[in-house]
Write a protein that binds this ligand. Sequence first.
Ligand code: ADP
Ligand code: MG
Length: 732
Amino acid sequence: MLQLNQDIKYLQGVGPSRAELLQKELDIKTVGDLLEYFPYRHIDRSRFYRIADINGTMPYVQLVGEILSFENVGDGRKKRLIAHFSDGTGVIDLVWFQGVKYIVQTYDCRKPYVVFGRPQMYKGRINVAHPEMEAASASAANGTAVAAYDAYQQRLFAEPDDSTSVTPVAQVANAGAASPFRPLYHTSELMKKRGLNSTLIARLTTTLLRMLDEPLAETLPAWLVERYRLMSRNDALRQIHYPDSADELRRAQSRLKFEELFYVQLNILRYARDRARKYRGIVFSRVGNAFNDFYFHHLPFPLTGAQMRVVREIRTDMGSGRQMNRLLQGDVGSGKTLVALMCALIAIDNGCQACIMAPTEILAEQHVETLQRMLADMPVRVELLTGTVKGKRRATLLNDLLTGDIHILVGTHAVIEDNVVFSRLGLVIIDEQHRFGVAQRAKMWQKNAVPPHVLVMTATPIPRTLAMTLYGDLDVSVIDELPPGRKPIQTIHQYDRHRKSLNQSIGRQIALGRQVYIVYPLIKESEKMDLKNLEDGYEQVRQDFPDCQVSKVHGQMKPAEKDAEMQRFARGETQILVATTVIEVGVNVPNASVMVIENAERFGLSQLHQLRGRVGRGADQSFCILVTKYNLNEDTRRRIQIMVDSTDGFEIAEQDLKLRGPGDLEGTQQSGMAFDLKIANLAKDGVLLQMARDAAQHIVDDDEQERTPANQIVWQRLHELRKTNINWGSIS
Ligand code: ADP
Ligand code: MG
């Protein structure tokens, strides 16, 4: 029996140089790796098309018919052989640029052939270049070819039906053992150049599966396979390459997706369980002066129902005796800062300090200001620590932190550094734009003997499936309500060639005393992408609005300079702020009621939503104007439309995931965790993910000692996966 860990080099048809290529390009080292290199699509070889129905957009066609005549055309490099091929419904050109002599010798006119290839338009005619050809005859080696021959002889042309855009000449039954499907595998450019293409990989998987004549070992416990009616692993790994039918293919995919998601979830949930077992939390048993004084005397506005519920959830968790690890999800402007503050006050009431981490200096500064303002009349000391706090100020600050004089420390990544030492750190709040990784969270734990409670807040909502994977080890609280009295922001899509009317609208708002943001995607001119340069934009704005004061902020400015410009705008000294996305997070200027986003087509949905959240913070009707070029592709048009139609961040996040896929969403690249999924897709497999998570949770809860015999298969497999997958190990 062939061992799955056997070097791929020794598989028939591979050899040392192909083995090297497979390893380098696809990370396939063993035959087991090849077995788990799944096709991205299948071609249904049981379907035949009529020539009359073919168009140039179909990925492939399979025809059955006869060559009417050969013709040599062109000369020099354009020299080629054409076979005029007919099935009685039309004629199509088969084209060869090479191997012409062989073709003429091998194939005859007026004999039936099965032809397979990719149709393409060339000078108004459809042709198939270098097709695969096989004799269709009553005695062909391949069952499909025999059946095709019969169908062809009897002119079994099915009537067009509406369910497919193209009518198969006939649907040929799978005559024989071979799968009617042919797998297509992704390969790299380099591989293609060296002849290691999809067809060759298919040959290798065929060989491999033939050699694996004994059943492949199961990796899920029998009770789980049964409960979820899954295909066995043995069947699934065979059917995924060469399915017997479309239905079997779907079942194989489901099984393998489930398994993949299940082990990712099991890893996450087991980690969370071990952490909960290992670390007892600081018990915040009481709500005291700080919280109550604030709540009854200094609360700037009544809490929303959602804020109240979430504060209660967090309070209960921090008092439970276990270390809290919680994700707070809330839309832009839902009031997460206030929740963070109240949780910090609970920490203070229990003799602890709190630390709030923000992704940028501007945001950290804004948090400090907000907190200091709200706590002005209370004996709570809030300080800021960023990379720019240096020298004596830094020394004093670090000292006061150590003595416990500072109650709440707000800062950037700078707070993670080893020389930042707390007297008694009880709560860490991470307000994130870009995700701080598990490693950074863990570093904050070490700042106290008993690890502090951790609250992670999202900048905008993230889709459910992504949250389950990225933050799957955390408990979740959701603020699903905005503070009252917010007028929904009106979002308008405007083409940049209607600049004049756009400027008039902006002018009208400024005349009413409002302020305007104008945001550009890039700072430096990029010749390739034809983006408006921020500087150009700035000059243009100054020309277009000669009576206005204009601020300019971008990421390459010195912090002090940037800050001064922001402040001028915040104080109302300038009416227009021209900026790059540095303003994306944080800034709060209630009088600003217009957000103009230039080249909106270049932004992701959650970024647009985040930017839009900068307006609509005052009492006035606010506007978000998405300016794009006129020619938009379908995808971009849909994205812009979603923004125009919805102001709900949760809905936008789900749509974003559907449109772009998980790999492109913010936060996923940094994490690297669980996004090299082989077969499951977080945008599409939400139902399977929930099933997998439930199953994993069940096992983690039910089999605490990991001793249940029926589950040994699971713990063993998890152990193997953790050894081979670097990202998985990094979680703990
Ligand atoms: P985010 O959740 O995006 O961090 P913020 O905490 O910045 O939102 O809050 C957005 C705005 O809403 C702030 O100006 C804040 O003062 C205000 N706000 C927060 N909670 C309430 C509330 N319960 N009622 C009225 N306004 C509130
Ligand atoms: Mg915020």
